[in-house]
Design a protein around this ligand. Sequence first.
Ligand SMILES: [Zn+2]
Length: 55
Amino acid sequence: MSDDTQKTLCGNVEEELQIKDPQAYIALIKPATHYCEGCGRSAAKAENVCKPQKL
Ligand SMILES: [Zn+2]
């Protein structure tokens, strides 16, 4: 596990980005074009989730 690479949305949610910085979180998920097969989250970019699948 490396924190040097861009953090995934999944990782950000674990750290409660959606509570700490809702605007930053919203920017990551809108407009959602992918979802994470691993955690079920939706994201604007495939690289923002751990197991991206197209919506
Ligand atoms: Zn995930």
